[in-house]
Design a protein around this ligand. Structure first.
Ligand code: ADP
Length: 227
């Protein structure tokens, strides 16, 4: 049994936090689980250029066509393909903090209508049919409205790929709102599990959200056929 589980959501939605909690919980209850995080800013050649892009080295967010941007994120995963396959071979669960759907949501958000549909299909073709990356078996979408996510981004500690408190994407609330819309569209159409992370006017606690995540993932793993 090898299961790749993707944790998705807009920037600042708690993906890193929840992916780490889920991985720890799965190990604590006896699964052999490992955690991977994309982009791999420091570890891949493409990841370093993603850092440059998010720092504005290639111009503003809309200065580079999303199809070309998608090549960087897909390339980062292609460069990590052996690592993903090796980690899957050595574990029964691999939790990914972001995966292919992040590329789809972030680039798809920059165009509309038929152009969005074509771009999404193109990215999926590139990542799954050409690069032959392992698809996620389960995707969880952490749904956080943009104003809350931006407050969480402001509270983040310094990242190694940027000196800024918010990178190009994180600083642009209008862009993040469009990314959230694409995520919601994908979640409705593709059988993802959506975890609402805000209740009333507050973000729910890390532990409450983690309990919801576990309540989806643990039964899902239990239903998988044994090897
Ligand atoms: P992402 O990986 O989606 O960008 P992070 O997991 O890095 O998000 O979380 C962003 C910031 O918000 C971090 O400083 C994290 O500690 C904090 N955080 C995450 N989830 C919550 C939560 N439910 N309540 C309060 N703070 C949170």
């Amino acid at each position: 049994m090898t299961l790749l589980i993707a944790i998705e959501g807009i920037d600042g939605s708690g993906k890193g936090t929840q992916a780490a909690k889920l991985n720890a919980h799965l190990n604590a209850i006896g699964h052999k689980s490992s955690l991977l995080s994309f982009p791999r800013y420091r570890q891949t050649c493409f990841g370093q250029k993603i850092g440059d892009f998010l720092n504005g080295s290639f111009g503003s967010l809309d200065a580079v066509h999303p199809l070309l941007v998608s090549l960087l994120f897909a390339g980062d995963r292609f460069e990590s393909k052996e690592l993903v396959e090796q980690t899957l071979a050595e574990h029964d669960v691999v939790v990914c903090d972001r995966y292919v759907a992040s590329n789809v949501a972030h680039q798809g958000a920059k165009v509309d209508g038929a152009e969005r549909t074509q771009l999404i299909e193109w990215i999926q073709h590139l990542e799954f049919s050409i690069y032959r990356l392992t698809p996620a078996r389960l995707t969880l979408f952490l749904d956080v409205p943009v104003d809350h996510a931006q407050r969480l981004i402001a509270a983040k500690s310094k990242r190694d790929y940027t000196d800024k408190s918010a990178d190009l994407q994180e600083a642009d609330g209008h862009y993040l709102a469009r990314v959230r819309d694409v995520y919601l569209e994908l979640a409705r159409g593709t059988g993802w599990e959506t975890i609402p992370c805000v209740h009333g006017s507050s973000v729910r606690s890390v532990d409450e959200i983690a309990a919801d995540v576990a309540s989806v993932v643990v039964p899902f793993i239990g239903k998988q056929p044994k090897p």
